[in-house]
Design a protein around this ligand. Structure first.
Ligand SMILES: Cc1ncc(COP(=O)(O)O)c(C=O)c1O
Length: 386
């Protein structure tokens, strides 16, 4: 990588995380242990949920949640097409059907109208994805869910921290799952968290994250632990580790500071780019606060001489890395062929996708980095303007 290449993302790691990792390695306790429990407790306090359960990824968190919901073969779970495929794949793990629906044009969040249309007697749950960090229409989603007796699992992989009508994401639905993957707003390399107000559900997830061993399995190797344990269900190997918690604990302390930094970058982009007629900016609704995990823009391709791939190549040539979030799930080979899906059933996502790109937005960016993105993007769009 060239030195002056601006990466699309870089985690915000300081000496505190490095010292904590060294401390963990020296302690000899590398897998799940006291630091994992401390991270869970502190995360739970930060969010204000009743219970938080740390696991190996969002995908593991979602899988355990659907297991706790009792999803089984033949059930249906509604998911938006504008997401990372993990949101849909966890439904397939059960032999259940991911019912993939279109999104709203303005926010790219799941469409209420499409949810209503997709509900059948087999529908067990809805997984609204807070695209880019902006919360979905949760009041309306809960109204629909209540009416049809359906569970809600919020995919909050992008939305730490975010609020909806003043309430923190993580406190609102049956379950909210966060991701701590390398590019996320709090990173432990890999990792995830299940936040819930349902203690029984949390209990099931705690057991199932570690082979189905009854409670506090990780303590069996401590001084006070017992060698004896029982397996009460065929669980999974989805536990978090103290090495991950060593990154998570210091990251959690600065989660608001990192958010503030992203918020400022977003404001600067919006101010600098709002009058460019070759792009459209993402809509942010007034009653919610985004985490600003992503800063998506849409190209007005009809006003440009190049397509998105060519524009991304030009930005890269000028040392600016950008991303694309996401290729809609219904276009991925497996989902497309298995469920016989067609672009015409997803008019919004199919039309927006070829125009989408995400600009770099992370706390380690300097003012000069942000200016560089603005200048390079503006020059490139002007150069390719019809
Ligand atoms: C919206 C969304 N959901 C789920 C995931 C999966 O998260 P993880 O990699 O922690 O399993 C991602 C990861 O990129 C995501 O963007």
């Amino acid at each position: 990588m060239k030195n002056d290449f601006l990466l699309f993302h870089r985690p915000f790691i300081s000496d505190e995380e490095i010292d904590e990792i060294v401390d963990t390695v020296r302690s000899g306790w590398l897998s799940m242990g006291p630091k994992t429990i401390r991270f869970e407790n502190e995360f739970n306090k930060y969010i204000g949920a009743k219970k938080s359960v740390a696991v190996s990824s969002w995908t593991a968190a979602g899988h355990l949640t659907l297991d706790a919901f009792g999803v089984k073969a033949g059930d249906e779970v509604i998911v938006p097409t504008m997401t990372f495929p993990a949101t849909a794949e966890i439904v397939c793990y059960f032999g259940a059907k991911p019912v993939i629906v279109d999104v709203d044009e303005d926010t790219l969040n799941i469409s209420l109208k499409e949810i209503e249309k997709a509900i059948t007697p087999k529908t067990k749950a809805i997984i609204p994805v807070h695209y880019g960090g902006q919360p979905c229409d949760l009041d309306e989603i809960h109204e629909i869910a209540k009416k049809h007796n359906i569970k809600v699992l919020e995919d909050a992989a992008h939305s730490l921290p975010a609020t909806y009508k003043g309430k923190k994401i993580g406190t609102i639905s049956d379950v909210t799952c966060f991701s701590f993957y390398a590019t996320k707003t709090l990173s432990t390399g890999e990792g995830g968290m299940i936040c819930t107000n349902d203690e029984e559900l949390a209990e099931r997830c705690i057991i199932m994250r570690l082979h189905g061993i009854n409670r506090d399995a990780w303590k069996r190797y401590t001084e006070s632990g017992s060698w004896y344990y029982e397996v009460v269900a065929p669980g999974y190997k989805y536990n978090f580790t103290d090495l991950q918690a060593s990154l998570g604990l210091p990251q959690l302390k600065k989660v608001d500071l990192m958010w503030e930094s992203r918020r400022k970058i977003a404001a600067k982009y919006t101010e600098a780019l709002k009058d460019l007629d070759t792009i459209e900016l993402h809509t942010v609704k007034p009653d919610r606060e985004s985490s600003w995990h992503l800063y998506p823009i849409r190209l007005h391709l009809e006003k440009l001489t190049k397509n998105r791939a060519q524009i991304i190549n030009e930005l890269r040539r000028k040392n600016v890395g950008v991303g694309v979030h996401f290729m809609p799930v219904h276009q991925h080979l497996y989902y497309n062929e298995t469920f016989n899906l067609s672009d015409k059933d997803y008019p919004v996502a199919s039309a927006v996708f070829p125009r989408l790109m995400s600009l770099p937005i992370y706390p380690g960016m300097t003012d000069a980095n942000v200016d560089k993105v603005i200048d390079v993007l503006t020059d490139t769009l002007n150069k390719f303007k019809k």
